[in-house]
Design a protein around this ligand. Structure first.
Ligand code: AMP
Ligand code: MG
Length: 408
């Protein structure tokens, strides 16, 4: 039997198989989570012209010495309208927020500082500073300057910034197409209230689909395969267009764990099976043609943690992201943890920041890999490496915050 490999080796073997996905042009509004393959240069300055920061009146400074001052109302400039006249001595022009300031404007007086007691006359009660409430062209971004660089992952404000810079479509790496296959004769897929005897509900299918969507992948599934070769083959055949295949269950050493054999018959190139880790020890990885195949153990915490530690970074790498893993953070372990040597433990933890600023992390309780609630209530994974034995509490440990969680 092939030896189990370490977490580091497993990551290295996966990385060796990853190729950047090709690029495509997508509408900016559909680019969230993708990685930009071109640098965005501002087509114009932002804002493109001097404009008013308030609803108010465009004025000349010398007409306001002293205040209160009485000014003639010479016109009106709504947003989006080219001014037809300038500000003349003794006069002012009504202007809306975002409207282009007319020639001769030295400040904008907010409407709240004025009163219009009779039509055509504006009383200014307070004097603004020269230049007040005029937003200058290019104040935010200068025409021709780079606003978002190649390789950036697209967040909601980046979408807005790219649109503001004058782009409707952009070049990004394709999103990986991922198929999820869940295996197991025990899975009951109906939504009936009554669970048939000896059956369980499928947690991994929807859970893994959600993780794929969260990282920006395109997903098909979950497809369901019974624990027999024909059913598995059928699921594999309908997954051929995928870049990445995730199979849940059936990769361990049970007599009904057929995934390895069925894959092998179809020409699967195994890169590794079994990692010195808990949960997720029986994890399988390799390639079926050009497809990357992750065989994740069926226990829900094993499947979810293997996704977080291996599949998620792999998908991000395919998508061109520079940052594929959450950074390690140091925390003080709040109590003893049982852990044999020689195995990397990903422990579900709840980290809390104490009043003195120190992060303290405790486990979310029993850590068996079938206890999904231990992950649901966690905000981090505690990483106890192979060489660590039964930490007694009080020592510094490394944690990673779960992508959907925060530390209070
Ligand atoms: P396996 O990896 O197929 O040996 O499954 C290990 C454990 O995970 C068994 O207790 C299965 O019943 C359970 N399991 C497998 N697939 C799923 C699933 N999709 N949802 C919830 N539990 C599952
Ligand atoms: Mg099974």
């Amino acid at each position: 039997m092939q030896d189990k490999i370490t977490v580091v080796e497993a990551l290295r073997k996966i990385n060796a198989e990853l190729r950047l996905l090709p690029t495509e042009r997508v509408p900016v509004s559909a680019a969230l989570g993708r990685v930009l393959r071109e640098t965005i240069i501002a087509r114009e300055s932002i804002p493109p012209f001097d404009n008013s920061g308030m609803d108010g009146f465009a004025v000349r400074m010398e007409d306001l010495a002293p205040v209160p001052a009485r000014l003639r109302l010479d016109g009106d400039i709504p947003a989006g309208t080219e001014p037809q006249i300038g500000v003349k001595p003794g006069g002012c022009i009504r202007i809306m927020t975002g409207a282009k300031v007319p020639p001769g404007t030295e400040a904008v007086v907010p409407v709240e500082w004025t009163s219009e007691v009779e039509p055509g006359l504006v009383y200014v009660n307070r004097c603004p500073k020269r230049g007040a409430y005029i937003r200058l062209a290019g104040q935010d971004v200068k025409e021709g300057s780079p606003v978002v660089s190649r390789g950036s992952q697209i967040t909601p404000p980046v979408v807005g910034m790219i649109a503001a810079a004058g782009y409707q479509e952009i070049e990004v790496n394709c999103a990986p197409h991922v198929v999820v296959i869940v295996t197991g004769d025990e899975l009951h897929l109906g939504a009936d209230e009554l669970l048939p005897p000896a059956k369980i509900r499928d947690a991994n299918g929807p859970g893994l689909v959600a993780q794929i969507l969260d990282v920006g992948g395109l997903v098909t599934g979950p497809l369901v395969a019974q624990d027999n070769p024909d059913s598995l083959i059928q699921a594999l055949e309908s997954s051929q267009s995928a870049d990445v295949l995730i199979i849940s269950g059936g990769v361990s050493v049970g007599t009904h764990d057929l995934v390895k054999d069925v894959l092998a018959e179809r020409g699967f190139r195994r890169c590794f099976w079994r990692v010195r880790q808990r949960p997720g020890g029986p994890m399988l990885f390799g390639k079926l043609g050009s497809q990357l195949v992750f065989g994740l153990p069926g226990n829900p915490v094993s499947a979810a943690v293997c996704f977080l530690e291996y599949v998620r970074p792999a998908l991000l790498t395919l998508m061109g992201a520079a940052q594929t893993k959450p950074p390690f953070v140091c925390a003080k372990l709040g109590h003893p943890v049982q852990k044999p040597a020689g195995m990397h433990h990903f422990v579900r933890g709840k980290a809390v920041r104490q009043e003195d600023g120190q992060l303290v992390v405790k486990t979310t309780g029993p850590q068996a890999s079938n206890l999904y609630s231990s992950l649901q209530h966690a905000n981090c994974l505690i990483h106890l490496p192979e060489n660590c034995v039964n930490p007694s509490g009080g020592e510094e440990v490394k944690i990673t915050v779960l992508p959907w969680a925060t530390i209070d």
